[in-house]
Write a protein that binds this ligand. Structure first.
Ligand code: PLP
Length: 295
């Protein structure tokens, strides 16, 4: 079997040799950010938006990342792992680098940040398409929700609780118990023929796919309402859906074991999915920018 190659601080190495410092601040205190992108045939939808969000989140934590280097790293990882096929999920992780043990908490960084880029198959060969999502409301909130941080414990605990109750996805709520977003995806619902999704100011990640969904909604004849859904409103919605770079648009067919709509993927979700898939196909950005012709 061909070994997966991993990009670590500018070098491609076989995965069993891919290591970072034991003093890494990402390891010690979760000081890091990440991005997850889907790459098909060397192109990725809204690659620049993902790199911008990575850079902004890193900047908030005082981590300096160079988007051009990361872009080159993504291209290198995808090419080095062509045995995975032409539809892969790429994860970019940037942490604050090794800790200087001579300084008190929270310490200052020594040296450059740590950057790790990996690629994996989107779905195992021959695996059936991803089934619709089944949600479970979990009364937990992410810390600093606007940052796509590697401090992922809350999402993990929420997701385990959801799975233990037979659901596929935890749906995190605001302090008033209103559903905001899933542990790894944004949430939207069709209510009275409108597409309702929580505003970023409510404490959700500004999902790249969510932004694109709101853009295509008008073309699908839908008015977008950015406001927080009430719990009962979600349960009584005509349809509901989750979005992320990996899933695209995924129908959400039940919440807390109660069917949304008629408990199956609905026509509005199907239209949104088809429209977004077409946009992704038409506008996905190449990993490697072609150089202008000489002369
Ligand atoms: C908490 C959370 N919300 C939303 C998303 C979806 O964001 P995007 O569409 O940019 O992948 C993610 C993706 O991982 C996430 O972790």
């Amino acid at each position: 079997m061909t070994e997966t190659m991993v990009w670590v601080d500018g070098r491609l190495v076989p995965s069993h040799l891919a290591t970072v410092s034991a003093l890494d601040r990402g390891l010690r205190s979760g000081e890091g950010v990440y991005e997850t992108l889907r790459v098909r045939e060397q192109r990725s939808f809204r690659l620049v938006a993902h790199l911008d969000r990575l850079q902004a989140g890193a900047g908030t934590l005082g981590i300096r990342v160079d988007p051009a280097t990361i872009r080159a790293g993504i291209a290198a990882v995808v090419t080095a792992n062509d045995h995975l096929g032409d539809d892969v999920v790429v994860r970019v992780t940037c942490t604050a680098g090794p800790m200087d043990l001579t300084t008190p908490f929270p310490g200052t960084g020594v040296g450059p940040p740590t950057v790790v880029i990996t690629a994996q198959r989107t779905r195992a060969p021959g695996a059936p398409p991803r089934p619709p999502a089944r949600g479970r409301l979990v009364d937990l909130r992410r810390e600093l929700p606007m940052i796509k941080s590697t401090a992922y414990l809350l999402s993990l605990v929420a997701q385990r609780e959801a799975r233990a109750h037979g659901a596929s996805d935890a749906i995190l709520c605001d302090p008033a118990g209103r559903p905001l977003e899933a542990a790894t995806a944004n949430l939207a619902a069709v209510v009275d023929g409108r597409l309702v999704t929580a505003p970023v100011s409510a404490g959700i990640l500004a999902g790249v796919t969510r932004t694109a969904l709101c853009e295509v909604a008008a073309g699908c004849g839908l008015v977008v309402e950015e406001r927080t859904l009430e719990r009962e409103e979600l349960l009584a919605a005509e349809e509901a859906l989750l979005t992320s770079a990996v899933r695209g648009v995924q129908p959400l067919v039940s919440v807390d074991a109660r069917a949304i709509g008629d408990g199956a993927a609905g026509p509005v979700t199907a239209r949104l999915r088809a429209t977004l898939d077409a946009l992704i196909d038409a506008t996905a950005e190449p990993l490697v920018l072609s150089r202008p012709a000489d002369g």
